[in-house]
Design a protein. Structure first.
Lengths: 298, 288
């Protein structure tokens, strides 16, 4: 910090204003973010002990919790399931949102496009708990989807969607699809239609227009849409709680169950594993699409 | 735009219709069940129109208590998050300090962290270091860590188009920093502040993942709904869902209308201020 810049800052904000800015940011960064995260990591590496034995001879750093969290075969299945299902949700959301936002962007400034985007805000704003509830009704044992499939002759008897992963995945796609659509749409909106027309006039086939023009242009939107959708799916708690059963546990439920059982140390280890998983995904997406944090957090 | 073929057009329209039906039908079905005079949440069979589920829903005192708790939490989140977001945005856009990219990464990291991890780490931190167990106060702190980031991003977007010479002018004319902030910066920020307050309220009110870990034995509205949905026995839950979806739509429309008017007014004010400035600048020259 140069002295001139500092003097200018004091003149502009006053000592009180600067104190507000620095104390506020320090409180937020340290007390609300950094220290809780460090404490969680710290607890993940300590054994589960009653409060009276904290700091005692048994309170040593150990990797036992992490080994238990990641080493247990049942947990491994749940972790892998959460990853592949979240990737599946992300890919399906992208496959649907990409043509949709392209259609909406190409539709031009027609009034009905505006109406559609405002209309889509409604399901976008509705809480994922209610969205999961809507699918709980639809997928119920004697609900409309089972009734329909039986009436058509696809099923002979009701299919237990709600106790299997398929129910959770259906609900996750429905709950988070629009979180892919909106970033994609806003990235494509700034696309110059002349560029597309020029490519077409020069004889480029449709797939080349997309691969060489639309996709590169929409890259920040694709990246942030994928990251947000994946994070929401992998970190979802209400949707698997409502649409899943005991046979379709999600990582988040694994963490919560440890908290219910008051073994916070093991819960923290599960949590740490989930954070690392999400971090790896975010960093991979950022380097594959060459986008920065600023492009994503908007 | 080159005209797509008739078939291509038909496919596009069909796709849009299917997508809309997919997005809305589950919600409509869920809401319609609220009016069916049946004991299980279904439309089939239809046993006649009734409003009794709304009465059952309305008379649940536990629900009202949970709503009140959520409102209290949301108000405290606003009180904490809007100033913190403002402090962060001012630091990021207006001050030259070392390590800004790093601080920025730390401050927006909660946005990219699963909500249950924020809840979990908040609980562990306050419980192990201060022996403060889960209660609604902790939910306020946990939620604020990421809601402040949303506020900061809103403020930053607005501040990036701010003309600092306006502040210069106020200071040159002898305003104290506080007076300058109050009369120049804050009026310019008004639409963003309004958005931040509304966003904070809704983000807090509908939060589940962070709350569920930090709340202890208190009950918030989202937890009340999840509890009801998981038991999932009576259509009074559908009545509640109906009210919530309608409230969501109404809230969205009101927010959008107010925000647009605010932005328009802010522009009018800015233009008026500029004209006044020109008049002041021209006046001495004319007097000469």
């Amino acid at each position: 910090v140069t002295r001139a810049a500092w003097r200018d800052a004091v003149r502009r904000f006053g000592h009180g204003g600067l104190a507000f800015i620095f104390v506020g940011c320090a409180f937020w960064a340290l007390v609300l973010i950094v220290l809780p995260t460090l404490l969680m990591v710290d607890q993940a590496f300590r054994p589960y002990l009653p409060r009276s034995e904290w700091g005692g001879p048994k309170d040593i750093y150990t990797a036992r919790n992490l080994v238990a969290a990641v080493g247990e075969p049942l947990n491994q299945i749940i972790f892998l399931k959460t990853i592949w299902a979240s990737v599946l949700v992300t890919v399906l959301a992208l496959v649907n949102a990409y043509p949709l936002s392209f259609i909406l962007v190409r539709g031009g400034r027609a009034a009905w496009i505006g109406a559609i985007m405002i209309g889509l805000l409604i399901p976008f704003w509705v809480n994922d708990i209610l969205k999961a509830f809507a699918w709980q009704i639809l997928l119920a044992r004697f609900g409309p989807i089972n009734n329909l499939l039986i009436a058509v002759g696809v099923l002979a008897e009701p299919y237990p969607f709600l106790n299997l992963d398929v129910g959770v995945i259906v609900g996750l796609i429905y709950a988070y699809l629009l979180f892919m659509l909106f970033p994609l749409y806003s990235a494509m909106e700034s696309l110059d239609p002349n560029q597309l027309d020029a490519a077409r006039d020069l004889g480029a086939p449709g797939w080349r227009i997309h691969w060489d023009i639309v996709v590169p242009h929409a890259k920040p939107g694709i990246a942030s849409g994928c990251i947000v959708t994946f994070m929401l799916a992998a970190g979802s708690f209400a949707v698997p709680q409502i649409l899943g059963g005991t046979r379709s546990l999600w990582v988040t439920q694994l963490i919560y169950n440890q908290f219910d059982a008051i073994n916070w140390n093991l819960g923290a280890a599960y949590g740490l594993a989930l954070v690392v998983l999400c971090l790896v995904f975010v960093l991979t997406m950022m380097s594959v699409f060459r986008v920065s944090l600023r492009d994503i957090a908007r | 735009m080159t005209a797509p073929g008739r078939l291509g057009r038909a496919i596009v329209v069909f796709y849009l219709v299917v997508f809309f039906v997919y997005m809305f039908l589950p919600l409509v079905y869920m809401m319609a069940v609220a009016f069916n005079d049946t004991r299980i949440p279904t439309l089939n069979p239809w046993r006649g129109f009734t409003l009794r589920w709304f009465v059952v829903m309305w008379e649940d005192t536990r629900m009202w208590e949970s709503v009140w708790k959520s409102v209290v939490i949301a108000v405290w989140v606003i009180v904490l998050s809007v100033p913190l977001g403002l402090a962060g945005a001012l630091l990021m856009t207006r001050l030259q300090v070392a390590g800004k990219p790093f601080v920025y990464a730390v401050l927006v990291s909660p946005v990219l962290t699963p909500g249950i991890i924020i809840g979990l780490s908040t609980l562990i931190f306050w419980d192990t270091t201060f022996d403060i167990g889960g209660r609604w106060h902790l939910s306020v702190l946990g939620q604020s860590s990421f809601i402040s980031a949303y506020c900061m991003l809103l403020f930053m977007a607005r501040l990036q188009r701010f003309d600092p010479t306006l502040e210069e002018a106020a200071l040159d004319l002898g305003a104290t920093p506080l007076k300058m902030f109050w009369t120049v910066t804050l009026p310019y920020m008004r639409p963003a502040v309004l958005s931040a307050v509304a966003l904070s309220f809704f983000q807090s009110f509908e939060n589940y993942n962070t709350t569920v870990f930090t709340i202890g034995n208190d009950l918030t509205f989202t937890m009340f709904i999840v509890g009801k949905v998981r038991k999932g026995v009576q259509p009074d839950t559908n009545a509640l869902a109906f009210v919530l979806v309608v409230a969501t739509i109404a809230g969205g429309i009101i927010y959008e209308v107010v925000r647009r008017r605010e932005v328009r007014q802010a522009e009018v004010r800015a233009r008026a201020a500029m004209r006044a400035g020109e008049a002041v600048a021209i006046a001495p020259a004319a007097a000469r």
